[in-house]
Design a protein around this ligand. Structure first.
Ligand code: PMV
Length: 327
């Protein structure tokens, strides 16, 4: 039987995405920029279903009913968009905790979009794939590419110009590293989808963040072009801090951190004061992501491992493009 297997990488943003201007089409309120992570992967296989319904097997470490429903909704959308009648048997596996603020939906829906495209022989372009993946999860629009990636906000309300593309490839900055500091493995209490809804409708600082963040986009692209870690780190932390502020001044307040997240962030600042260039960001979850250069990885890992509550530290390079295998 025909089968397709796709391996994609989760991404973390340095200029963040938090909020939609259209919830049906997943149109963001602003552009964002991210890095694909070499060690956080989703592997998804697809074949034809035996009967007249989709079969889904999610051997993720944490499986939620919500993840299952989101996949079914995405398959239904795919059939509607491309006039396909077939049902699918999908097996999908993450090599890292799911729905815990480690961007599992980014690699998850990108893998699904790429697998459906190859299985149905649609030959969609990267831009079309990004637009499709976006409608499963906004951040997934970015995981159809490798390297440093920009997701354009887009101007029209049909969503045809809101897609991601590579800004620099994975080889551009070989020494660049991301450390993923895992402090919790379980699913977060408030999903990003719900959290964004709360923030966009209640946060008094939201508009300010949108304005400031848009100004940071061209600056961070230049800083990455020049391989200037200090600039990249300062811009990423500034963007993260303002996004956190919008979460904290939302009603109800969104606080995704644990005491260990705070200890890790403090330790990163201390390392920096001691002359080790390293900067952090978080998603909607307690796990912390640190950016640094290869020569400081061992020192940083040694320091952070000593913090009570740190469960794991995953060192990533900038990932290459996804891999699609057909049989
Ligand atoms: O696409 P979602 O619903 O997983 O949104 C993720 C949003 C953040 O991870 C918090 C930020 C980002 O830019 O990815």
């Amino acid at each position: 039987m025909q089968s397709v297997t796709v391996k994609t990488h989760a991404n973390i943003s340095l200029i963040k995405y938090w909020g939609k201007r259209d919830e049906v089409l997943f149109l963001p309120t602003k552009s964002s920029l991210c890095i694909a992570l070499s060690e956080l992967t989703t592997t998804t296989s697809i074949t034809q279903a035996a009967g007249d319904q989709d079969e889904i097997s999610i051997n993720w470490q944490v499986t939620t009913e919500i993840s299952h429903k989101k996949i079914i909704d995405f398959l239904t959308l795919f059939r509607t968009l491309y006039g396909i009648k077939q049902f699918f048997a999908i097996t999908t596996h993450n090599n890292f905790p799911t729905a815990a603020g480690l961007a599992s939906s980014s690699s998850g829906f990108a893998a699904l979009a790429l697998a459906l495209n190859a299985f149905s022989k649609l030959n969609l372009s990267e831009k079309e794939l990004s637009i499709l993946a976006r409608q499963g999860s906004g951040s997934a629009s970015r995981s159809v590419c490798g390297g440093f990636i920009t997701w354009h906000r887009g101007e029209n309300e049909l969503g045809t110009d809101s897609y991601a593309e590579q800004t620099f490839d994975a080889q551009h900055w070989p020494e660049f590293r991301v450390l993923v500091i895992v402090v919790r493995n379980d699913a977060k209490k408030v999903s990003s989808r719900e959290g964004m809804r709360i923030t966009t409708s209640t946060s008094p600082s939201y508009q300010t963040w949108l304005t400031n963040s848009a100004q940071r986009m061209p600056l961070i692209v230049e800083a990455i072009r020049n391989k200037n870690l200090h600039e990249v780190g300062e811009l990423a932390e500034a963007d993260w801090a303002e996004m956190q502020q919008t979460m904290l001044d939302s009603q109800p307040q969104l606080d995704y951190w644990t005491p260990t997240s705070r200890d890790v962030m403090q330790a990163i600042k201390t390392l920096r004061s001691a002359g080790i260039p390293c900067y952090f960001t978080t998603e909607a979850g307690p796990n912390v992501k640190l950016i640094c250069l290869e020569n400081n990885v061992q020192t940083i890992i040694k320091t952070l491992r000593e913090i009570d509550g740190v469960l794991d530290i995953i060192a990533c390079k900038v990932a290459q493009a996804p891999i699609v295998t057909e049989k």
